[in-house]
Design a protein around this ligand. Structure first.
Ligand code: CU
Length: 166
């Protein structure tokens, strides 16, 4: 529409005046509103992205790690009241193979124990002198308690070892 020759009855045209660069005031207002809306949407979008990143980080912490094809074997001696070695360290994704034996010559008394590692659903009964294999995939990173799952005497609750998955 040609605004320059299109005067309203009162002879004043404010809303639709064309400026020297050919942009009307109405267009400027519309552009300003669009800009404000876009900035608003951008802000909301960034917030959503940020929230998504936080959620992904939280997920990564409890991420289930797939087997890496490497098996780490340990001979573990179980005794009243502890484990040797007391700390077992593996990498995330390792298949962990523990050959656990209750020491038949335990000076504090050779009694049956059990090995428990909750995070990896390990709960295996250990008979005195019988090598018992416990195998699992270290699919979570962190430090996990190795405990005795069989009431075995006064030191039972202190019978703790540690599994470190890096
Ligand atoms: Cu025990």
């Amino acid at each position: 529409m040609n605004t320059s020759n299109d005067q309203p009855s009162n002879g004043v045209s404010i809303d639709n005046q064309t400026t020297s660069n050919g942009v009307s005031n109405t267009s400027k207002i519309v552009l300003a509103i669009v800009a404000v809306v876009l900035i608003g949407l951008g802000y909301v979008g960034l917030n959503k992205l940020n929230q998504g990143a936080k959620e992904r980080m939280a997920k990564a912490e409890q991420e289930i790690i797939k087997p890496n094809g490497i098996t780490k074997e340990f001979n573990v001696r179980s005794f009243s009241w502890g484990w040797s070695p007391e700390i077992i360290e593996v990498n995330a994704g390792d298949t962990v193979k523990l050959m656990v034996t209750v020491d038949p010559n335990d000076p504090k008394g050779a009694v049956d124990h059990g090995i428990g590692i909750d995070a990896f659903k390990v709960m295996t009964y250990l008979k005195v002198g019988v090598p018992t294999e416990v195998t699992f995939v270290a699919s979570k990173r962190g430090e996990f308690k190795i405990f005795c799952s069989v009431a075995c005497g006064e030191g039972h609750f202190a019978m703790n070892g540690k599994l470190i998955v890096k």
